[in-house]
Design a protein around this ligand. Structure first.
Ligand SMILES: [Zn+2]
Length: 158
């Protein structure tokens, strides 16, 4: 699912986490990625238990998993400029993850981090519990496209 040696899935239908186990876990980076992947899938499990509707909002689902696991933090440290920040149309496209691959995880994670940094973790919690657009706009105090522009500008100035 992301550009690493480890891969995993959480399937809400059978409630089972599957993580590909690399043949050799003696390499420190491989081991850390593997551990993060397990936690990443576990975050999906928790989100699904709280509200299965989040599964329809891939940026929120994947962004929260990527952010909460520390995968985002690690990727942020390896980049000093962001070249491929999506437009609102790209980000809102249901196929964004298929089209952008790893970048989709990165920018979704940055969006979740931005919401958390700006409004606090309780607001992220509220969004996950009730992710309907109207409720989200109420929590963010503005229409989603306007909020996206604010985030986009903040990312450009990184
Ligand atoms: Zn995921």
């Amino acid at each position: 699912m992301i550009g690493r040696d480890t891969e995993g899935t959480y399937d809400a239908r059978d409630g089972i986490i599957k993580v590909y186990t690399p043949a050799n876990l003696s390499d420190e980076t491989t081991k850390r990625n593997f551990d993060q992947q397990i936690v990443h899938e576990f975050v999906h499990l928790i989100i699904q238990r709280i509200n299965p509707d989040v599964g329809h909002l891939k940026w929120l689902d994947e962004g929260t998993a990527y952010y909460a696991t520390g995968q985002l933090e690690e990727e942020m440290q390896s980049k000093n400029r962001y070249f491929d920040i999506p437009t609102f149309e790209q980000f809102a496209d249901p196929d964004y993850f298929d089209k952008a691959h790893g970048a989709a995880y990165f920018y979704s994670g940055l969006m979740v981090k931005y919401i958390t940094d700006t409004f606090g973790p309780d607001t992220l919690n509220d969004i996950i519990r009730q992710p309907e657009q109207e409720h989200m706009e109420q929590l963010l105090s503005m229409p989603l496209d306007q909020f996206f522009t604010k985030w986009h500008d903040a990312m450009l100035n990184k």
